[in-house]
Structures are given as C-alpha cells and as structure tokens.
Design a protein around this ligand. Sequence first.
Ligand SMILES: *[C@@H]1O[C@H](CO)[C@@H](O)[C@H](O)[C@H]1NC(C)=O
Length: 278
Amino acid sequence: MGLEKRTVKIIVIVLVVFLIIGGIVGLLLGLLLNQRYVELEVWPRSDDYNWDQPLIQFRASDPGTWQHWIRRINDFLSVYETNVPEEPARAPCSTRNRQEQQLRSPNCDNAMRMWAPCTIDNYYGYADGKPCVFLRLSHVHYWVPEPYNMSMPLHIPPEMPEHLKQIMRLRPAHQFGDYVWVTCEGEFNSDQENIGPISYIPAGLPPGFPTTRLHTADRIPRNARALPDRDPGPLVAVLFENPRRGVLINVECRIWSRDIYYDRSSRVGRARFELYVD
Ligand SMILES: *[C@@H]1O[C@H](CO)[C@@H](O)[C@H](O)[C@H]1NC(C)=O
C-alpha cells in the first residue's frame, strides 16, 4: 500500500516536472518563432528599442533632438554604401552629406536622387519635420511568400487600401514582377487624423519589396537557411509629409501577402511605432 502511494507520488512529481519543462520550452519557442519569422523592421530605433513602444521623438527646429536619429539611420544604412548601386538601388548608397563628399559616382548620384528626400543630403527629412522611416523585411529564410497580384485577383481582401489595388493594376506582376506590398497607417482613428499624408520612397517604385530581391526559402539553397544574409534586404522608406505637431501618433505598418494572417496582436509582417514631432 505505502509503496504504491509513493509510486503514485513519484509519477505525479515526474509528470509535473515534465509539464513545467515542456511549458517553458514551448513558451521560449513560441516567443522566438514569433519574433523571428518574417519580421518587418523599423529604422531608426534607439538602444532600448522594444517592439511595443518604439518612439521616434524630435523637434525639427532643434538639431540636438534629431542628430542621434540621423546617426542611427546612417549606421543602419552604412552596409548599403556603394559606388555601384544596382538598378534600381535597393537603398540610399551614401551616408555622407553631399557637401562633405565630393566623390560620389554618377550612379550613386542618380540613386540618391531616386531616394530623395529620404537621404542624408536632406537629413532624412528630420530637419523639416517631415521624417523618413525605413522598413526592411528580415527572417524570411523559412518563408515562401504568396504575393497578391492581379494575375490572380481572386480574394483580394476588401480592407486592402485603394491606392495599393490601383498600383497592382498599373504594374501587373507578369510584367513588373511580384512584390510583397507594404502600407502604413495611423493605428487608431485619432492617429489617422493626425498622421497626415504619407508617401513611399522611392516615389517612382511601387510600395513594397520585390520578391526577386528577398532571400526567401524558395530562392536560397536549403543549407543557406540557417546562415545570415550576404546582402542586406531591399528597403522602403515611409515619408511623413505633414504629421501633426505636438501629438503622439501611433503608426502601424504591415505587409500584404496571401499567406500572412493579419491580426492586431500579431508581430509577423507587422510593425508599429510612435512618432512625436514637437
Ligand atoms: C501572382 O500570385 C499568385 C498567388 O499568390 C502566385 O502564385 C503567382 O506566382 C504570382 N505571380 C504571377 C506573375 O502570376
């Protein structure tokens, strides 16, 4: 009798321990996968960046409040520096101001014109209170995107912004290639009033990431999936043309791809940040 009781006790303890360990492992895996699968990165970000409340705050008339943002954008863009940018350039090719840098190649000059006003020549718009924020997709090595395009117009979600549908009609995928589209909006009603007009830079290109330039699972060898990317991914800059001053604006950016389930609490392919222009 006593032995049986003890056996039961041991079994129960072992079970509980396994449950706890399983729970911890599951939680860790969940957290890791959640953040590491198709992440939409927002730049600039501060040292204490966290996903929930990344705040970009500055006063246009006071360089002391935005110089560190410029420095952070420059640090982020430094891996893209080149005198021979691709066509079209995947990022601004120089992080040195035109005045200090005499030797910019004609190709890079063109690329910088294409990325204007989101370039160092213009202090990425911060000096004018029209800040640019850069977006990039990361952790795409295990992802096979199913892009939205008008070759397969079925099931275009009704909430897709009209400007995006129009671009999809103007740039058919069989001719211009597929994109993982991206849009940004004010998160709540008040933000939608305060955010003002937004444009996506380069203005001449569609708002999104060309799938041919993304190192997704269908485009890299299987054994390269666990390795870091050789070339950094393409960028999109979001230009806030006239954000209301003196209020906090919650901005939500998301990608559009058939296989990415959109949800207000999801971190997959979705990012949010807060903008405060004094
Ligand atoms: C269009 O979208 C479909 C479904 O996501 C995809 O299978 C196809 O490769 C895309 N591109 C073209 C050019 O049809």
